[in-house]
Design a protein around this ligand. Sequence first.
Ligand code: GLP
Length: 254
Amino acid sequence: MNVLVAKTANDAERIAYTLIKERISGKHDFVLGLATGSTPVGMYQMFKQDALDCSHVTSVNLDEYIGLSPEHPQSYHRFMKERLFDEVPFKQSHLPQGDAPDPQAEAARYEDLVRNLGVDLQLLGIGENGHIAFNEPGTALDAKTHVTELTESTREANRRFFDRLEDVPTHAITMGLDTIMNAREIVLVATGERKAEAVQHMIESVPTVDWPATILQAHPGVTVVLDGAAASRCAESLQARGQEAATRFFTIRD
Ligand code: GLP
C-alpha cells in the first residue's frame, strides 16, 4: 500500500486524477472502475476540464441502490451521467441495474460482466465506517457482487443526497470485496477529518471484517491518496513505516 498525503483535498484529487490519466492515456483499450459519493466529484470535474479522451475506456461502477431506476434523480446512474458521462464520452459504461426485477440475478450478471471485462484500475472512496463500495462491516472478505443491506450510519451519511432519511434506499447491489480485489490496480482517495478513523484502520489494523477497507493491505497495487485531515490519525505510523511520501506534504500546482 503506497500512501500519499497531499496538502489539500484538491491536491489529493489532482494526484489521483493525474495517476488515472497516465494509466488510460495511450492505451488501446482500458477498463476503469468508477465510484460515486462526494470524493470523486472533483476528479470528474478534472476529466471534463481536460476533455480527457475516454473513447477507448469502458467504465464499470461499483454499486447502485436497489429500487431506483436509472432515471431516478438519486440513482448512481444519474449521478454518473450528470457528473461525468454527459460531457466525457466513454466507449461503454456499466452499472448494476437498481430496479431489476430479481436483484440477486442482477448481482450475478454484474459479477460475470466485471470478471469478464477485467478491471485495469479501480477508483475507490471510503465510508466513515470503513466500507468500500457498499461492503459494510461484517461483509465476507471473499464476497462477490451481491445484494447488501445498508447500515443506518451509511444511510445517514448518504442522506444529504436525498430529501428525507426515509427516502434513502435500504439495500444496494455492490461489487464484493473479492470483485474489487481482482482489479489490477486500485486508487483510493479519502479527504476530510470524518474519514480519519476509517483511514487509520485501513492502514494500521490487521485485516478484519469490522473494517472492510483493511483487505486492501493484501493487494499488491494499491495507492492511497489522502489529504492532511484524513491522514491525521496515522501520520506517526506512516513515518515509522518509512513511507517517504507521507513524511512531507505535496502541493500540486495547475
Ligand atoms: C457511498 C459509496 C462509496 C463511497 C462512500 C463514501 O457509500 N457507495 O463508494 O466511497 O459513499 O462517500 P463520500 O465520498 O461521499 O464520502
